[in-house]
Design a binder for this molecule. Structure first.
Ligand SMILES: C[S@@+](CC[C@H](N)C(=O)[O-])C[C@H]1O[C@@H](n2cnc3c(N)ncnc32)[C@H](O)[C@@H]1O
Length: 248
């Protein structure tokens, strides 16, 4: 039986919980994928390995993924997952011992690690556990000092690609992740709480009426990208009729 520990590490070393630190120290090595040669999260993972138990970081190159043909999106993701699984199986075969897999934020949100682990378990006997981490929506809410929805109301979490679908469904409070751009045409009267590179030195925040603050968000995205070399951003959008102050 191999043990695989999926460890949420939040948005940076300051978010590593005692439980996550103990899990990291308990494994024989940490397995990570490098998304290209300058994957910004790889150095963060290496830092965590050094800080907690000095476990070796075994890096595998992420297989290339076809991101440019949305019509084939599901197929492209499936192929990419299969290649990732094959690469993991190879490492497991070559290296004995317990494996740690570090997840940015929390494994429950837009992360494929647990799906990969499920696929691995079809080939190898595994015992799996998960340590939760602080996710980007939690940090966004904390930084803006907001509740993500009004009293007793639902919250919808989606991707930039699916935002319009959520609007058309009538969602009032939408957290939007995985943004390639921030395209909010026609939503000028909605309220937005935006955060870029949260938890890092280049963190920035913008909030207000979409029509008023969109240029500031675009500038903040460019600034973060220039300063850090990358930008990851997230925002909450609230429909105008439900955006009354003191509504929480
Ligand atoms: C692949 S998902 C990973 C989400 C992560 N598992 C979590 O719990 O938040 C990456 C997306 O999360 C959001 N995100 C992750 N880190 C962020 C950060 N430091 N600042 C702002 N958004 C972030 C962005 O929307 C980014 O495109």
């Amino acid at each position: 039986m191999r043990r695989v520990r999926v460890i949420g590490v939040g948005m940076g070393p300051q978010h590593v919980t005692r439980e996550a630190a103990d899990a990291l120290r308990s494994v024989d090595y940490v397995l990570a994928f490098a998304k290209g040669e300058d994957d910004p999260l790889l150095e963060a993972r290496a830092h965590l390995c050094r800080a907690y138990g000095d476990r070796p970081l075994v890096v595998v190159s992420d297989p290339p993924r076809d991101r440019d043909h949305p019509a084939d999106y599901a197929r492209a993701v499936r192929d990419w997952h299969e290649e990732r699984v094959a690469a993991h199986l190879q490492v497991l075969a070559e290296r004995p011992g317990d494996v740690g897999m570090l997840v940015w934020g929390d494994p429950s949100l837009y992360d494929s690690t647990l799906r990969i682990v499920d696929a691995l378990a079809q080939h190898v006997d595994l015992v799996v556990d998960v340590t939760p981490g602080i996710s980007a929506p939690q940090l966004l809410a904390a930084r803006h000092r907001i509740v993500l929805h009004e009293v007793g109301r639902p919250l919808h979490v989606t991707t930039g690609r699916r935002l319009r679908e959520a609007i058309d469904q009538g969602q009032d409070n939408v957290v939007v992740m995985l943004n390639r751009t921030v395209d909010l045409a026609g939503l000028e009267d909605w309220r937005i709480w935006w955060g870029g590179n949260l938890g890092t030195r280049t963190e920035s925040l913008v909030a207000g009426r979409v029509g008023d603050v969109l240029p500031a968000i675009e500038e903040a995205r460019e600034r973060a990208k220039a300063a850090a070399g990358w930008v990851m951003d997230i925002y909450l959008l609230r429909r105008p009729s439900t955006a009354a102050e003191g509504d929480r």
